[in-house]
Design a protein around this ligand. Structure first.
Ligand code: KG4
Ligand code: ZN
Length: 346
């Protein structure tokens, strides 16, 4: 069975083709293509929803053609068209959903609406070293920071989440204060590699609380205060402040993930979402898990950020596990705010 996945929830248009066969452990990623709008939004310091939607319109059909050409398959080979139904920017989601439903209707094939975070959650199954259930998932993206217990496809228990800013938001907002470009996470991480992580003492909120929740809003305020104190001296200390900011975010993520492993007794951690591409987070989680005798799984860095492969993969896995069926209801809708809790085995 061939599944096409279309992702358009934010500023990346992603398309991918996955093949799932009965008896196969994990579906196979056959072809994928991605267009990132980062350069277009950079001038504005963040995603402009209207521009994002219009750009998805320009990119999505050529990307579908590109993926089918890469796979050397005609459009008629597609058995199911999956798309990101939410959460995300309403206009951007509508482009992917509309394209998916129109394509499926023209081919007479069924569609599936997929939760963006479930895509991230299952994306480590695309990696060369896929995990097995059960595991703890650390979901760290631009909009979400959550620790989940994952017992199987569609069986997710929320253990803790951020009460204010997401980890990616903390990276992005701090990067903006430091005068770095958009998206801030990768830019801040690059600069941090040349700075001293212990140069500035920044807060680590909720670190010593017994719960598994996060809070990053205070960090942004602390970075702002430091920037104001440094004033004209900021450029000389920019790398140190970037390194100290990254260290604060990473320490909280690592310690809370370790706490989740200890509390549940599970020995496997899966990291997903854009911040999962951060090398410092990866190496520190690796070390912490080694001490615990636990294994860490990551998707390859390019599959950590938004992409179509994770949407096609989640659709294939949901079908395979029998928790969702594909249907020919082309009267689609999108869900810009959609709690993952409501997606559990439907
Ligand atoms: O998962 P994602 O691509 O989109 C959302 O669903 O939000 O995550 C994007 C977030 C942004 O905040 C971006 O700055 C962050 O992931 N990010 C990083 C890195 N690469 C992307 N943060 C830190 N270090 C990175 N290398
Ligand atoms: Zn995402």
């Amino acid at each position: 069975m061939w599944l096409l996945g279309i992702e358009s929830s934010c500023d990346e248009t992603g398309v991918a083709l996955v093949r799932a066969e009965a008896g196969q452990d994990v579906p196979e990623l056959v072809a994928q293509a991605l267009y990132t709008q980062a350069a277009m939004h950079e001038a504005y310091g963040g995603v402009v929803p209207e521009l994002a939607s219009r750009d998805h319109v320009r990119r999505v059909l050529p990307l579908i053609r590109q993926v089918m050409a890469q796979a050397e398959q005609p459009l008629s080979a597609i058995d199911v068209v999956a798309f990101t139904r939410g959460p995300g920017l309403a206009g951007a989601l509508l482009v992917g959903a509309g394209t998916a439903c129109a394509l499926a209707a023209s081919l007479g094939k069924p569609v599936m609406g997929i939760h963006h975070l479930e895509g991230h959650l299952l994306s480590p199954f695309l990696s060369a070293d896929p995990p097995t259930f059960p595991f703890i998932a650390l979901l760290v993206s631009g909009g979400h920071t959550q620790l989940m217990r994952v017992d199987g496809v569609g069986h997710y228990e929320l253990l803790g989440e951020t009460i204010d800013d997401a980890a990616g938001e903390a990276f992005d907002k701090s990067a903006k204060l430091l005068g770095l470009g958009y998206p801030g996470g990768p830019a801040l991480a690059k600069l941090a590699a040349t700075g001293r992580a212990d140069a500035f003492a920044l807060p680590r909120p909720l670190l010593h609380q017994p719960n598994l929740d996060f809070s990053f809003a205070g960090l942004k305020t602390a970075v702002l205060t430091q920037c104001q104190k440094l004033g004209a001296d900021l450029p000389a200390h920019q790398a140190d402040l970037a390194a100290s900011t990254q260290a604060a975010i990473v320490e909280v993520l690592v310690k809370k993930a370790v706490k989740a492993l200890k509390q549940t007794g599970l020995k496997r951690l899966v990291v997903a979402g854009g911040v999962g591409a951060n090398q410092s987070l990866r190496s520190q989680l690796q070390q912490a898990c080694q001490k615990l005798g636990a294994q860490v799984h990551y998707p390859e860095p390019e599959l950590c950020t938004d992409n179509g492969a994770m949407i096609a993969m989640a659709a294939a896995m949901r079908l395979g596990a029998g928790v969702q069926t594909a249907d020919k209801n082309y009267a689609f809708d999108v869900l810009p705010r959609w709690p993952l809790a409501t997606v559990f085995a439907q």
